[in-house]
Design a protein around this ligand. Sequence first.
Ligand code: SF4
Ligand code: SF4
Length: 227
Amino acid sequence: MIITRPREWERVRAQLADLGATRVFITGCGQCATVANTGGETEVLEAKERLESEGLVVTGWSVGEVACHSGGERLEVRKHAGEIESADAVLVLACGAGVQTMADATSKPVTPGLESVFLGNVVRHGVFEERCQMCGDCVLDRTAGICPVTTCPKGLLNGPCGGMWNGMCEVVTDRECTHVLIRRRLAEQGRAAKAEPLPPKDYSKKLKPGRVDIRAAHRASKSGDAS
Ligand code: SF4
Ligand code: SF4
């Protein structure tokens, strides 16, 4: 899931002031931002109360199923058409993808209320860890399922670095070195002897902006089958 954290309230207020917004519609996200406790119903209502206590008018609010789904956000906009129409701006408590989806769905100025920080694993309720940076060229097959790109603070593919001490990371000092963990797990799985240094990474495989069209790929494969 996408991990978000609240943007400083003063900054959010400044954004609204820049837009000359005194009437605001607030929207959140029923998926990631709800799980992260940053943009679910509770947080949307907190933002509503806060804006109202500061003299702004909240024309309405919504928490759709998932803020980064174009069709879903268009539906939310249709459901709340009058409330959004009477607002000067839409405050979005969702990740950057959700903010942009809402910006595409309405002609009203849209402004973010959260910071998008990483793609996170849910370790337990309320605890999230970054395990993958979506590099487009996964090495987990060679590293016993532990990502050095993300979990080594230096992003070293091969290690440990010279700073490792007693198996611990020199940067995040309360954590074991990623490369110690990788070597240990490879050894436990009887794969250590065959492990070789990883070659330099081809970062050109990290497509920006990313786009995958599953339907086009499916059509292409079907036409290939037919020929
Ligand atoms: S190697 Fe790349 S794709 Fe694989 S887990 Fe790490 S960042 Fe993600
Ligand atoms: S000690 Fe290990 S995990 Fe920490 S920066 Fe060095 S190689 Fe990376």
